[in-house]
Write a protein that binds this ligand. Structure first.
Ligand code: SAM
Ligand code: SF4
Length: 339
């Protein structure tokens, strides 16, 4: 429903009273990396180009969300920066009254700095799962560690607000938790450890996941407890935030598996082929692009989708349900959702 009683502007509110002011738009299903937890080993069936939103359609759909209370838009993918018309998309979206941000693997972000600055895209989330070149190649299937690392330093130098997303996997990169935190000693970045999540085709197994609890045990074993400072989380923040006393940066944990943050969820997701997902874990989708192309209003479709949102993780409200492949495999693979 769109509730106007307590807000000066309409807001998309679901049946549990959660207001949705944040839209993540996936611009593309393709990527220049092949992270094994994101892209299924056999690849994915790409949507035909004609089924993907054009820059005009992205703008039209975004405008409708903004009219209904969205104030934050994050661009994601696939890799959003490999979309050829990214400058046009940024230019159009920058005319809307929203905070615009982007999630990228940073491989080619150095070529986009000027444009990002021009359109006030200041908050940048970068994926980096290992500080070791060989491991980076093992997980992404591409030898691009140095490029990514150099680009993170460049973004910091250029005064962007940088968060680095690290998906932890047991026996693969969990021995790097402290190395990542130590990066925050001299760099004003935020490291965010993400619990490995199940999506179609990513061979998820709870035994591979490193939990919030396990991460904090490692932190406690390496630092003095009095130096581990719990920070105040922003409202609707998905991250439990910490810092080490005296360090410039911070770190946090996104615990969608063991400790979901659904109560304060304010997010909606638009896939590159114009489908609205009311939750990252939701198997159902609402086709906004076809509706728009028919010349019909997308507003009723958006409102119906928001109303249908489950309370917790697309209906997988227990860890037992999340672990059932027949439930989590109904969802898309992450690369086609847009994380
Ligand atoms: N290509 C960009 C990037 O890598 O940052 C944007 C898209 S990527 C799908 C967005 C985020 O989703 C990344 O931080 C990635 O690590 C995260 N992600 C992908 N698959 C995941 C999974 N199975 N569990 C947890 N996080 C995942
Ligand atoms: Fe590409 Fe990002 Fe997925 Fe890695 S996590 S394959 S960089 S979309």
């Amino acid at each position: 429903m769109t509730n106007t009683s307590t807000h000066s502007k309409p807001i998309l509110q679901d049946s549990f009273g959660r207001d949705h002011a944040y839209l993540r738009i996936s611009l593309i299903e393709r990527c220049n990396l092949r992270c094994t937890y994101c892209m299924p080993a056999d690849g994915i069936k790409l949507s035909p180009k004609s089924h993907l939103m054009t820059s005009d359609e992205i703008y039209e759909i975004a405008k409708t969300f903004v009219k209904n209370g969205v104030t934050k838009i994050r661009l994601t993918g696939g890799e959003p920066l490999i979309r050829k018309d990214i400058p046009v998309i940024l230019e159009k979206l920058a005319t809307l009254p929203v905070t615009l941000s982007i999630t990228s693997n940073a491989v080619i972000i150095d070529k986009h700095i000027v444009n990002l600055k021009k359109h006030k895209v200041n908050k940048i989330n970068i994926s980096l799962d290992s500080l070791d070149r060989a491991r980076f190649k093992e997980i992404t299937l591409r030898d691009q560690f140095e490029k990514v690392y150099k680009n993170i330093l460049l973004l910091v130098k250029e005064k962007f607000e940088v968060k680095v997303n690290v998906v932890l996997m047991k026996g693969f990169n969990d021995d790097e938790i402290i190395d990542f935190i130590n990066l925050t000693k001299d760099l004003p970045i935020s490291i965010r450890f993400i619990e490995f999540m199940p999506f179609d085709g990513n061979k998820w197994d709870i035994k591979k996941m490193v939990s919030y609890k396990e991460i904090m045990e490692r932190v406690s074993a390496s630092f003095n407890n009095k130096d581990i400072i719990r920070l105040q989380d922003a409202s609707n923040d998905t991250t439990k935030n910490y810092k080490i006393a005296g360090y410039q940066g911070a770190f946090g944990i996104i615990s969608s598996v063991t400790n979901p943050f659904c109560d304060s969820c304010n997010r909606l997701r638009l896939t590159a082929n114009g489908k609205l997902k009311n939750c990252l874990f939701s198997a159902s989708e609402s086709d906004l692009l076809t509706t728009l192309r028919k010349g019909q209003s997308i507003e009723p479709v958006i409102k119906k989708a928001v109303e249908a949102k489950f309370k917790v993780r697309g209906g997988m409200d227990t860890l037992k349900k999340l672990q059932e492949p027949k439930l989590h495999n109904k969802n898309r693979s992450m690369i086609t959702i847009g994380g």
